[in-house]
Design a protein. Structure first.
Length: 67
């Protein structure tokens, strides 16, 4: 199961609620990476570009929830 499936399962894991947040954040990073790769293939961004691409993420992992 992919990151989103793992995140959905983790929502029902009351002992580890942070796992859902991490799973969703990983998915957002993967989706942004794919978008950048498509731009490189379409020559919208040079392959050797050092441009940074930020992932707009609403996910915040509260460190107090981790053990």
């Amino acid at each position: 199961m992919g990151g989103s499936g793992s995140a959905l399962r983790a929502i029902f894991d009351p002992e580890n609620p942070w796992k859902a947040e991490v799973g969703l954040n990983i998915r957002e990073v993967a989706e942004k990476s794919y978008d950048v790769l498509v731009k490189m293939v379409n020559k919208e961004v040079p392959m050797n570009s050092r441009e940074e691409f930020l992932v707009p993420s609403h996910v915040f992992v509260n460190p107090s929830l981790t053990r």
